[in-house]
Every structure is written in C-alpha cells, then in structure tokens.
Design a protein around this ligand. Structure first.
Ligand code: BG6
Length: 512
C-alpha cells in the first residue's frame, strides 16, 4: 500500500524558497543584551547566507542615546563575539552595516514614534523595503502593551506593506496578566500580525520532533498508551541566574522555563498528527493536546509536584554560590530554581501514561532531552535474573547539547552463555550531517519575515500554559513557609523530593 501524498506539502510550514521579502526590522530595546547576543548575530548570519534580500534594513531603537555609527561599531563587535561563525566576512559586514540604523526612542513618547515613522519612510525610499515592517519588542516586558498601543496610535500597525510584531518572553507573569496583554495587543493588531516568540521552537532538534514522528512509519504506531510506559522531559542547566537575579526573583523556573519552553516541547510530543504543516493545523493540534492535560488541584500539587532551590555547591569542579547569595536575590528568597511535575493527558492516546517533567538551574549537567520509556516485554523468556541487567526500551531525543536520538534495546553479550545487556543505537546530528546547526533566532526571524507563524505561540497556547501552572504557583505561594530552602546542592540532580515523587509512581529518573 502506498502512502497518501498531500497535494502540495511545501505550500506552508515547509518552504523550499526561504528568502525573505524586502523589509525593515525595527528592534525596540536595541541597546540591550538580546539584540547584541542573539538578534543582530542572527540577522547577520541570514544576510551572510543570502536569506534576506538586498532590499533590507534594520533600525535599532532604544532610550540610550547613540549615533548610528556607534551602533554599527558596537554591533560589529557583537557579531564577532556572539556569532557562531568565527570569521566575519568584511565585505558582507560592510554591506550589512550600511543597512543598520539607530535612533533614540522612549517607548511612552508619542513624538518619538513620529520620528520613527519618517525614518522608516526614508529607509523604504533608500533601501526599497516596500513598507514591510517587523517590529521586535525586546524591551522590559512591562512595556510590551505600551509599545503596541503607541505603534497603533502612531498608525504604525498599518502600512502599505505588511506589519508584524514579535513579542519576547515572558508573555505575562500569570494568567490574568497574559490575558490582559493579549486583549490589549488585540486592540491594535490582528492575531496574524502577532509573533510570540519561544526560542525553543526554533531549535533544530525541536523542529525535528515533527519530522521524527510524522515522516517515519515505525514510531507513530508505538507512540501511545499501549506501548509507552511513561515519558520523561528533562531540562537541566548548569548555569545559575547569570546576573538576572532581579528578574528571576519575580519569575522562578515554572514561569521562566516550564510554562513556555517545556510546555511547547511537551505539546509536540503529545499532539496528534496534524492535517497539514500549515501554522494553524499544527497549532490546533498542539493546543488540543494541552487542553487534555489534567488540571493541577492543590492535592495534586502536594503529591505530584516538587520545588527546589539550590544552595552552594560545585559545578565541573568549580565552587558556586547558592541562589540566595546571588546578586539581587533576597537572603530568604522562596523563589524556586527547580521544579518537577507529574502530568497526564486525559485523552485516548495517553490516558494513564505519566509524563514526568523536571527543569532546574545549577544541576549536574546541561541537558535537555525527552525520554520515551516503552513498556517492558510481556514475558521474560531469559529469566528474571538476566532481565535485571536490562531496562525497558527507551527512545531518547536529545534536544541539546550533543543533539541526536538514541534507541536503547537489549542484546546478547557475545559468548557461549546467554547473557543480555543494554545497547544503544545512536544518531548524532554532528556526525550524520556534518553541518553547523543554525541558531534558533535565525530560523524564527526568517519565519517571521516569511509570514510563517508555525513556530510561534498562539494566544490560546500562552493562556493555556498559564492556566495549567497557576494552581501550582498559587499553592506554592500559599505554602511557601513549608519547604526549607535551599534543598539541593548546586551540581546535583535537584532535591531528594523529586526522586521520591517519581519513585512513588514506580519509576526512576534517568541520569543523562
Ligand atoms: C531563557 C530563560 O528563556 O532560556 C533562561 O529565561 C534560560 O533562564 C534560557 O537559561 C535557556 O535557554 P537555552 O537555549 O540555553 O536552553
């Protein structure tokens, strides 16, 4: 039997032709860290790879006074420091630099938007950018709504070309503020103009989840409660709060990582096959899966969720301070830097299959992976003793680092006696493709310039993420005196309670 081939699968979501249309990218908050570390290096690489057209320009805008020349010099240094390419081609840089501009902007000052409007008209004239505009909000999150309002009032949300607005995370700090922000921006922008960024979706390996599941015939039939015992999602970092203590105190790992990045990845594992690769078809399936996620009641939070905060310890042999000793962190802070949750999707595919999720800072190792643990063989023909040497089949998808996929299965140890042991079948991006994996921001910026929202979060998804975590955050706030922080040493796998949580469910965490 041959496969049904969709008429034109390249129509949406998966383009052969990926060169962006003429446009001007306007970065609000251009003097900040994100522009320097990620945005400008990503745009430069796209230019270097000729994925943006000649009719292209970038306007940096922020409160810091700066001349365009100074901005160009700073961005040249940023590209040299943060771009994955060690060498910056001077010719490509020179033509890129000619398209870079800077102007001061106070987000709340209407007259500054008038200035930007005339600048953009000039840029359209000089660079042929045809009125197509991508506004990238990389300002303080408290300014997102104001920026959109001001853009709207200044008439900048409309143009003779297209106007798209990229909104950085965090999108709200709870359900109420996320809803309010959505309502506010919808007054000025149509959903098709709004690009809520989640850089995890731009990671090559996260995108590969769709290909792995839906371009192969052998995995999908196993991808359900009949064959899967449980799923583990690990998102471990060795870094601490990296000088962002002020922000992190207000956030914690559930807001910072789980509600957005981890849930995005989770929805790609749990979703049903989409009808096409179009943005709406994919996002419909993702939200459908998240709607089936079981709500957290206070009882479930107590029994099936764990929080932690790191104390001093050592990472790679180097001593590191505890969270409460970090800059801008309260000495008696109750912010969680680790969380482990047990989730269930109450639908036909996943009913009864636990999804164990953990995310934390200052853990043993930097690793983000998804492990699908299959059910044990129904009969142990080789005897119980022998089978103790092996573990049930596991499929591990490594998102980062050391990107790849490993399938673990039992094999006979060579020799005259029958002995059984676990072995791995391994796919590694590095050795299989031998190319540099593009940065998430490159893919996402290019998608936005192409008008493809597949890898961006839709209104319903951001709100659903908050809806799911709110009972956890509320319960933890209510009982904040009940746990003794710090409760894990930096450089370990988190608090003991996280092991207890999974062991109570009869499973064990992997030690990646
Ligand atoms: C950011 C978080 O969104 O993601 C940081 O705010 C975190 O706290 C970072 O360190 C992790 O991203 P990555 O791509 O290094 O896994």
């Amino acid at each position: 039997m041959s496969a049904t081939v969709l008429e034109n699968p390249l129509r949406e979501g998966m383009r052969l032709e990926r060169t962006a249309e003429p446009c001007c990218v306007v970065i609000f908050g251009a003097s900040g860290d994100l522009a320097k570390r990620k945005l400008i290096p990503a745009l430069f690489r796209l230019a270097q790879e000729r994925l943006v057209p000649a009719e292209f320009a970038i306007l940096g805008a922020a409160r810091t006074p700066m001349e365009t020349d100074e901005f160009r010099t700073k961005m040249r240094e940023a590209v040299a420091e943060f771009s994955a390419d060690k060498e910056v081609d001077p010719q490509v840089w020179d033509s890129f630099a000619e398209k870079l501009y800077y102007d001061t902007l106070d987000i709340g000052a209407p007259e500054d938007y008038k200035k930007i409007t005339s600048l953009l008209e000039e840029i359209d004239k000089n660079h042929g950018t045809q009125g197509n505009r991508l506004f990238y909000l990389s300002t303080a999150p408290t300014l997102y709504a104001e920026a959109v309002k001001q853009l709207g009032d200044a008439g900048l949300t409309k143009s003779k070309g297209w106007v798209r607005v990229v909104i950085e995370k965090p999108f709200g700090r709870d359900l109420e503020s996320a809803r309010a922000l959505n309502q506010e921006i919808h007054k000025y922008l149509d959903e098709s103009q709004i690009y809520r960024i989640d850089h995890y979706l731009g990671k090559e390996t996260v995108q590969n989840l769709l290909v792995f599941r839906f371009a192969n015939g052998i995995f999908e039939p196993l991808w359900n409660r009949q064959y899967v015992d449980h799923v583990q999602v690990t998102n471990a970092e060795t870094v601490g709060v990296e000088g962002r203590g002020g922000y992190y105190e207000q956030a914690g790992v559930v807001r910072d990582m789980i509600q957005n990045h981890v849930f995005q990845v989770l929805s790609l594992i749990a979703m049903e096959p989409p009808a096409s690769l179009g943005a709406e078809a994919v996002r419909d399936e993702k939200i459908k899966a998240m709607h089936a996620a079981r709500a957290f009641t206070p009882e479930r939070v107590r029994a099936e969720c764990v929080r932690g905060q790191y104390g001093a310890g050592s990472i790679n042999g180097q001593p590191v301070p505890g969270y409460r000793e970090e800059q801008d962190v309260a000495k008696d802070s109750t912010t969680e830097t680790f969380a482990a949750l047990t989730m269930y999707f109450d639908n036909w595919r996943w009913s009864g299959v636990p999804f164990f999720i953990r995310s934390g800072k200052r853990l043993t190792k930097r690793v983000t992976e998804i492990a699908i643990q299959f059910r044990d063989a129904p009969v142990h023909l080789f005897g119980a003793e022998m089978m103790e040497q092996v573990t049930p089949n596991q499929l591990v998808i490594r998102i980062q680092p050391d990107e790849g996929i490993t399938l673990r299965f039992a094999a006979k140890v060579p020799g005259q006696v029958t002995r059984v042991r676990d072995v791995n079948m391994d796919f590694r991006y590095g050795s299989s493709f031998g190319v540099q994996i593009p940065e998430a921001y490159e893919r996402l910026l290019l998608d936005c310039m192409l008008g493809d929202q597949t890898l961006y979060a839709r209104t319903d998804m951001t709100e659903r993420g908050w809806e799911l975590v709110m009972p956890i955050l509320d319960e933890w706030a209510r009982t904040k005196g009940e746990v003794q922080f710090p409760n894990y040493e930096a450089g370990t796998w988190g608090p003991k309670a996280s092991d207890v949580m999974i062991e109570r469910a009869g499973r064990r965490w992997r030690r990646p």
